[in-house]
Design a protein around this ligand. Structure first.
Ligand code: PLP
Length: 258
């Protein structure tokens, strides 16, 4: 795979010791970023993202202390959940969801971070209610103004949160975003600032709408900027598990770094 010069290559983790080392390195960078802006590093949750990584290597990651895992695609997440029921793992679905997959998410996920439609909220609620379960959700916001990206435009978020109030099974935790995919750190930072300002504004006007007001933002290439801008959850895959072979365009519409 050819890699543009500005995209770092992440070494793969093949042993528990590799995972321990990669996790420690990421945590150290989170701590440094938090202390640069006077934040308490324990207010940042590290969510390891395990998409494309096979079950056998996930066992090593769990042994190294990963008990929450994020997955972008429901089918893959469901397979891993079924094959790893002997381990203690809390599953987070972090990618776009189609209504017909809501029943799967309702069955096994503890968290869904890409909520951006009322139809999906209704489908999740119906299934969760039947199962007697509830689900932590984050509303995904399109902070980069790219029309092909998932997520609600910022100006629609508040009305959407009002509509979510009717679903007792969905526990709104906060907002989630994917920044612009660019090596220009300042443009990335603007996306994170926008999400934080949106959270602050909604909380100021209507504190009950956003639950604890979490901000899920930042991945391997930009989580340090995200922590500086207030992230309370960073979703980090490659910096923990190693570089992925598949281009990001496979996961996100419109990305062109194949
Ligand atoms: C894959 C993915 C991540 C993590 O990306 P890395 O480059 O592996 O750190 C974060 N968020 C979402 C929604 C993803 O699909």
């Amino acid at each position: 795979m050819s890699t543009p010069e500005n995209v770092p290559v992440y070494p793969p983790a093949h042993t528990v010791a590799d995972f321990t080392a990669n996790l420690a390195a990421v945590r150290a960078k989170i701590e440094a970023a938090a202390s640069r802006v006077g934040r308490d590093p324990s207010s940042v949750r590290l969510l390891p993202v395990s998409k494309t990584v096979p079950e056998e290597r996930l066992r090593l990651a769990v042994a190294a202390g990963c008990h929450q895992l994020g997955e972008n695609k429901v089918q893959e997440a469901k397979r891993k959940w079924q094959n790893l029921t002997d381990l203690e793992i809390s599953w987070a679905v972090i990618g776009h969801l189609q209504t017909n997959k809501a029943k799967d998410v309702a069955a096994f996920a503890n968290e869904f971070q890409a909520l951006d439609s009322l139809r999906v909220a209704e489908a999740l609620d119906r299934r969760l209610d039947r199962l007697g379960r509830s689900l932590d959700v984050y509303v995904q916001v399109n902070t980069s103004q790219e029309p092909q990206k998932y997520g609600l435009p910022p100006e629609e978020v508040r009305a959407f949160l009002h509509q979510l109030n009717q679903f007792e099974t969905l526990r709104v935790q906060g907002l989630m975003t994917l920044a612009l995919f660019t090596s220009d750190g300042e443009r990335v930072r603007e996306c994170f600032t926008l999400l934080r300002n949106l959270r602050d504004q909604i909380r100021g006007e209507d504190p009950a709408l956003l639950g604890p007001g979490e901000l899920s933002m930042g991945m391997s290439g930009d989580y340090e900027i995200a922590v500086e801008e207030g992230a309370t959850c960073v979703r980090v895959g490659q910096a923990i598990f190693g570089s992925r072979a598949l281009p990001d365009s496979y996961y996100w519409p419109g990305e062109t770094n194949a």
